[in-house]
Design a protein around this ligand. Structure first.
Ligand code: SF4
Length: 280
């Protein structure tokens, strides 16, 4: 069994079984860190793809991102935060008006209820501010561990692993975990990396899942971590065919956008926003 350590912000970890296929924990860690380095080289511009200017905007945007795309959420939150800039203003919003604004994100009635309840709770219990501790964040309506880790990692600088559908799928394909349970995946992956790497690792893995290692058609033949991935061959291995499966800035025809992101990594979020504005 792997060594068990206790993380500051979470419960005691469950024991992590030795990986299948005879790979030792040490070899697994080395391979995992090699993958992380290759992803860092491939995506030096990786960042949170939800737009936000403060913890309140990030927690609301993350709640709204359930079952929809970050691109759509970014379009909606631009209108939402212009109208309701903080928890106090949002808590006084008319539900019908909020529903109209949130409609494009889907499940808008439930999301309206959550955003209102969340804002009221922030006003009543936290003086209108988003708390910076996991144990407080997960008590907020609509906020689970995933959202709490997104907020901690990106708005408070507290290391966190964000397990969304992309991260879970890739962690299993990389052999970092065998679990389908987000909390167990978080603990299994946390064993393999230093806490200082957790937040950026989360962004890189999600970037890779969205662009290359898709759910149904992974582009194995155009994958920068193919050498260290036990799932190589799950998808298209022919380099030319695989290249056609790549998405966003890696997609054929988007070379200028990629070049811009690589040369101006510090402006990556801004460049992404500009390119999204040009979408039909
Ligand atoms: S080799 Fe294939 S399965 Fe492995 S990470 Fe790359 S695209 Fe995904």
């Amino acid at each position: 069994m792997a060594t068990i350590r206790q993380r500051g912000a979470g419960p005691v970890r469950a024991a992590v079984p030795l990986p299948a296929g005879g790979e030792s924990i040490l070899a697994l860690k080395r391979r995992a860190r090699r993958i992380n380095r290759a992803l860092a080289e491939k995506y030096p511009y990786a960042h949170a793809e939800l737009d936000f200017r403060n913890p309140f905007e990030l927690v609301v945007a993350t709640v709204l991102s359930a079952q929809t795309t970050d691109v759509l959420v970014n379009q909606v939150t631009k209108i939402l935060f212009a109208r309701y800039p903080d928890a106090r203003a949002m808590s006084e919003a008319e539900p019908a008006e909020l529903e109209t604004i949130l409609q494009p994100t889907g499940f808008f009635r439930a999301k309206t209820k959550n955003v209102l309840a969340l804002s009221n709770r922030l006003v009543d219990e936290f003086n209108g501010e988003v708390p910076g501790r996991l144990e407080d964040l997960v008590t907020l309506p609509g906020v689970g561990r995933k959202t709490a880790n997104v907020v901690l990692g990106n708005a408070f600088g507290v290391p966190g692993i964000t397990v969304d559908t992309h991260f879970g799928r890739l962690a299993r394909r990389f052999g970092w975990t065998a679990s389908e349970d987000p909390v167990q995946i978080e603990f299994d992956v946390a064993e393999l990396f230093e806490p200082r790497d957790w937040t950026m690792l989360s962004h890189r893995v999600v970037f890779h899942g969205r662009r290359v290692c898709h759910s149904r058609k992974p582009a194995c033949g155009a994958c920068p971590v193919a050498n260290w991935c036990p799932s190589y061959g799950l998808g298209e291995t022919d380099p030319a065919k695989a290249a056609k499966l790549l998405k966003y800035e890696l997609a054929p025809g988007n070379e200028a956008l990629l070049e811009k992101l690589l040369t101006e990594t510090h402006r990556a979020a801004e460049i992404r926003m500009e390119s999204q504005r040009r979408l039909p």
